[in-house]
Ligand binder design. Sequence first.
Ligand code: PAF
Length: 281
Amino acid sequence: MQTVQDAPALRAAIRGWRSQGQTVGLVPTMGNLHAGHHSLLKLARARADRVVATVFVNPTQFGPNEDFERYPRTLVQDQAGLAEHGCDLLFAPEVATMYPFGAAQSVSIHVPGITDTLEGAHRPGHFDGVATVVCKLFNLVQPDLAVFGQKDFQQLKVIERMVRDLGLPLKVMGAPTLRADDGLALSSRNQYLSEAERNQAPLIRQTLQQMRDLLDKGHARRIIEEAAQSKLERAGFLPDYAVIRRAEDLAEPADGEREGLVALIAARLGTTRLIDNLPFD
Ligand code: PAF
C-alpha cells in the first residue's frame, strides 16, 4: 500500500489505474481505525477494483468545545490495518492541502433541512464541515463509489443528499454498523469510556431495540421516546435525544406512520458522547 500526502501524487496514482480501465472505491476516515472501518474497506474492495482510504482529522467539523485536539492520531497503526485489509492507496493530507486558504476561508457546503435536526442541532456547523471535506475528497479522488458507516446515520443521509443535489457522479454506499458482542457499536470514542461506563454503554443499543419493539406493539411514538429518554437518564446517561424518525429525511413521522423508520440516540456517558441508531426495516 502506498501512502501519499499531496494532491498531485494522489492524482498520478489514480490516473494510472484509470488508464487501465479500473474502478475506484473511496473510504474517507479520520483515522484511529478499528474493525468498523475495516468493514467499510471490505465493502469497497468487493465493489471496486482499487480502494483509496483517506485519514484526515477535519478541523471544520469540530465545534469549539469538541475534541479536535485530543482526537487520537495513530497513523502508523492505521497504515498497518489498512494495508492488511486491502487498501491500495492511503491519502493522508495536511490541513493546508485540504484547506489551501485556511479552514476559516474555505468554501463551505451547507446541506439544508436534514442538517437542522438531531446532530445538526446539537453540533452547529458540524455537517457543513463534513459535507465540505467530503466534497473536496470526492473532487480530489473522483471515485466511482464511496463507503460510509451507517452508525453515523445522519451523516450518511447528508452525504447522499449532497451527492444527489450536486449531481456528483458516484455511488454512496452505507455499510452496516459493527458491534461488540454486548451490542455496543464500535467507535473510536469507546476508548474514552471508563470500565464502569463501558459496562453501561450497551444500554443504548438495548434501548433502541426496546423502542422498536414498543412501536411494533402499537405504542405511541412520543410515549416511547419519553420512556427511552427516562430509562437512559435513570442509568446515568445524559441523553441529547432518543427519537424515532423517518429514515429518508429524519423528519418526524406522522401519527400512525410505521414504514421506513429509524430510532436514533445520542447520549453523554461521563465525558464521552455516544451515538447509535437502529433502522426498523
Ligand atoms: O465519519 C467520519 O469519520 C468523518 O466525518 C468523515 C466522513 C471522514 C469526514 O471527515
